[in-house]
Design a protein around this ligand. Structure first.
Ligand SMILES: Nc1ncnc2c1ncn2[C@@H]1O[C@H](COP(=O)(O)OP(=O)(O)OP(=O)(O)O)[C@@H](O)[C@H]1O
Length: 271
């Protein structure tokens, strides 16, 4: 390993994979601060599957991109395995967290397998040669996302839902402790939504892993996630689904004349 790729020693509390302290999110041009002004404080432990939820435009994707180091925070600190994220090189970050965004990849001419192989980029030498371990990780990712039969297909020939699974497979092949996904189920039918969320749950249960994703699938997230972060324009709540239900946070998520939360059935109903 190149010395500049050495990942700094993990924090003593290394079951905490991500830690946000007084994290303020938004944009400087044009100036737009999202979420609470006092910032967000939360930590993601290994074994956790966390959904970020909230109404349209509240800042879920902005928060996810800030956690992933893809855009600067307006204030506060994000630590990845105990190290401040902006002290890590791009290659170090790529070994610690993988990101699946909603925008289509530039490389849609690649085959499914070759796009997934890009997930191994942080581990390959400067020639990009794949080792036996890289090949195994790619094969595992194809299998986990049920994409083996499409492996040689060009990505531009896939449906939106299939392409979404390929992007998730690329993140799986990257084999990082943290997996961050922006609306990973947005193009999927109900069957594939549940499949992908269960897959994310299984990944989060692997030793030393945590998964965080933004979603509008609140009912499914309530059933499958260990934690949820509910983002409001000037507030937030972080906890287990049961804690959030008990504290009635979900009841104030939407205007009550359109949607209400049924605490007994633990689901949203049309008013
Ligand atoms: N690059 C940008 N520059 C400035 N403002 C932006 C930028 N990207 C997004 N925004 C604004 O930030 C706000 C939050 O956007 P974001 O996409 O984070 O919300 P979201 O909660 O993920 O929404 P949705 O549920 O609709 O996906 C919106 O008002 C959006 O217009």
């Amino acid at each position: 390993m190149n010395s500049k790729d050495q990942i700094p020693a993990p924090h003593p509390q290394d079951n905490i994979l991500l830690n946000a302290t007084k994290l303020r999110i938004g944009y400087s041009k044009p100036e737009l601060e999202l979420g609470p002004r006092q910032g967000l404080d939360f930590e993601l432990q290994s074994g956790s599957l966390t959904a970020i939820i909230g109404i349209n435009g509240v800042g879920k994707s902005t928060l996810l991109r800030t956690l992933a180091g893809l855009q600067p925070a307006l204030g506060g600190v994000v630590k990845i395995l105990g190290n401040e994220s902006d002290t890590l090189s791009a290659r170090q970050q790529a070994r610690q967290l993988s990101v699946v965004l909603t925008n289509p990849p530039a490389s849609r001419n690649l085959s499914v397998r070759d796009l997934i192989a890009l997930g191994r980029h942080p581990y390959t030498n400067w020639l990009g040669q794949l080792s036996a371990l890289d090949e195994q990780c790619i094969a595992d990712a194809l299998k986990l996302t049920a994409l083996e039969s499409l492996a040689q297909h060009p990505c531009h020939s896939l449906s939106d839902g299939q392409l979404q699974r390929v992007l998730i497979a690329r993140a799986l092949a990257q084999q990082t402790p943290l997996v961050l996904l922006d609306e990973p189920t947005s193009h999927l039918d109900l069957h594939h939504k549940v499949r992908i969320l269960k897959l994310l749950r299984d990944i989060s249960r692997q030793p030393g892993k945590a998964v965080v994703f933004t979603t509008h699938e609140i009912d499914l997230a309530l059933q499958l996630c260990t934690h949820m972060l509910v983002l409001f324009p000037d507030n937030y709540a972080f906890g287990t689904p049961q804690e959030l239900i008990k504290s009635k946070v979900l009841e104030s998520l939407f205007p009550s004349d359109s949607v209400t939360f049924d605490t007994v059935l633990q689901r949203f109903n049309i008013s």
